[in-house]
Design a protein around this ligand. Structure first.
Ligand code: FES
Length: 342
């Protein structure tokens, strides 16, 4: 599995919380190995002030000293205001972020992070929250479980890891569910004789009017989740991706097109092979981005005119149909010109 993009990563049909643009200076308080190739990094404010509140499922963007920006889910309890905790699995190969965090980031080091953002929010009033996690995908879900427990709302966890040694937060989860074994189905599916989680059966077993389903994990698990929840009320199925291949271009997609930045009346040409994001950065336009693969939502820009060729995994079907926004890291244009609210 690649570096974690939160989070968001793609969140299907989840409540969206406000996106803040401020950055914060934080100090690395601790770095702790928690599973094979995975460690937690704890951040506290560098100047002693309180960190912004977050909701379960949120992520932060790390601005690493090597120039790479990457998103990671927060995995501590949302009630905690004094620290942020992330879990980082070293990707193989790493695109630079997880390798830096594993090999160079040090306790005491100060870095910049974004305020928390959430594309994978919890439905707070659900009668039952059913969580399905694979591998390091458990990180946002562990925060969600802590929220459900603190709110005294029912939950179930289905968690698959290759082996016990690969399972992050295993002891913490088991401790939280102590005496309630019916809450957990944890599988180590690379161990002999262990069947993989049957996502379709999990959904079928729990489906009901007040039940919300959440899934974060590797691609095959997410595809199974999408198939299993396709007949549900769309707002009851919540999904978050890590890295993703951008969706294929539509038939009307243009290889080249212009973008107009409405606030300055600047016109830029997006050449074949260049993304809108690259074109903006080349022109010196300061714009937020993180995953560069259409899953985190950081680079969202409002569209004032024109029809995007949406290739991201963030926008809902309604948002795509309205053509009011574009993820500039991966999406392109169906029309000769896009006017952007920049
Ligand atoms: S969606 Fe992540 S940078 Fe564009």
């Amino acid at each position: 599995m690649g570096e974690q993009i939160v989070t968001a990563r793609f969140a299907m049909n989840s409540p969206t919380f406000p996106v803040h643009s401020e950055n914060y200076r934080v100090r690395v308080q601790s770095i702790v190995p928690i599973a094979r190739g995975t460690l937690t990094v704890e951040f506290v404010s560098a100047n002693g002030s309180k960190l912004p509140a977050f909701s379960a499922g949120a992520h932060i963007d790390l601005h690493l000293p090597n120039g790479i920006k990457r998103s990671y889910s927060l995995c501590n309890a949302p009630t905690e205001r004094g620290r942020y905790l992330i879990a980082v699995k070293k990707a193989d190969p790493s695109r630079g972020a997880s390798a830096y965090i594993h090999e160079q980031l040090a306790v005491g080091q100060v870095i910049s992070i974004s305020a928390p953002k959430n594309n994978f929010g919890l439905e707070r009033n659900a009668d039952l929250s059913v969580f399905i996690a694979g591998g390091i995908g458990v990180t946002p879900i562990w925060s969600m479980i802590q929220d459900r427990e603190a709110s005294q709302r029912p939950w179930r966890l289905y968690y698959a890891a290759r082996t016990r040694g690969d399972a992050a937060f295993l002891s913490e989860i088991r401790m939280l569910a102590d005496g309630r074994p019916d809450l957990l189905d944890i599988r180590f599916d690379h161990e002999p004789g262990v069947p993989i989680l049957d996502v379709s059966a999990i959904v079928a077993d729990h489906v009901g009017a007040g039940v919300h389903f959440y899934c974060c994990g590797p691609g095959p698990m997410l595809y199974a989740f999408e198939a299993a929840t396709s007949g549900l009320i769309p707002t009851h199925a919540h999904l978050e991706r890590f890295n993703a291949e951008p969706a294929p271009a539509c038939a009307e997609a243009r290889n080249e097109f212009d973008i107009v930045l409405a606030r300055s009346s600047t016109r830029l040409h997006v050449a074949d092979g260049k993304t809108v994001l690259e074109t903006l950065l080349d022109a010196g336009i300061d714009i937020a981005y993180s995953c560069m693969s259409g899953v985190c939502g950081s680079c969202r820009v409002d569209v004032l005119e024109g029809i995007p060729d949406h290739r991201d995994m963030v926008l809902t079907n309604d948002e795509r149909a309205s053509n009011g926004a574009i993820m500039v890291c991966c999406s392109r244009s169906r029309t000769p010109r896009l006017v952007l609210d920049l």
